[in-house]
Design a protein around this ligand. Structure first.
Ligand code: DAT
Ligand code: MG
Length: 138
């Protein structure tokens, strides 16, 4: 499990036609897709997924945005997956994201920032289980 991470292509990137471009960057960086689906979060489910941020001032906006349209959820596998994927996506605020990162290329703003990436092995497992059953992990 420690070689896996969890990602979402967020509603902004899906709406803007960037699913293919983002998946190409993920594949080119050497990640194997373990599980993948397109779905839409209810506000309740988005609130649950981001519960760790519920005291933050941007929580309401975040939940609203993440439930505003379809997303693509995926579990990814690679050696050192969590850390390497955080490097591939770049800084939370695209203004600070390095050249060559997914957020540099596709994020619109700090809130509408194209992709999610787990921040620890423990959260990668929790987040993957939030979206996928054992039968959906290949
Ligand atoms: P990350 O997605 O890089 O792990 P995070 O966990 O700190 O960032 O925050 C989760 C999401 O919340 C982030 O992707 C976008 C939104 N967010 C974070 N900080 C924000 C801010 N200052 N204003 C608006 N949205 C913010
Ligand atoms: Mg985070």
């Amino acid at each position: 499990m420690s070689n896996r991470t969890f990602t979402m292509i967020k509603p902004d990137a899906v709406a803007n036609g960037h699913i293919g471009g983002i998946l190409n960057m993920i594949n080119a960086a050497g990640f194997r897709i373990v599980s993948m689906k397109m779905t839409q979060l209810s506000t309740a489910k988005a609130g649950e997924f981001y519960a760790v941020h519920k005291e933050r001032p941007f929580y309401g906006e975040l939940v609203e945005f993440m439930s505003s349209g379809p997303i693509v959820a995926a579990i990814l596998e690679k050696e050192n997956a969590v850390e390497d994927f955080r490097k591939l996506i770049g800084a939370t605020n695209p203004a600070n994201a390095e050249e060559g990162t997914i957020r540099k290329k596709y994020a619109e703003s700090i809130g509408r920032n194209a992709v999610h990436g787990s921040d620890s092995n423990e959260n990668a497992a929790i987040e993957g289980d939030f979206f996928f059953s054992g039968l959906e992990k290949f």
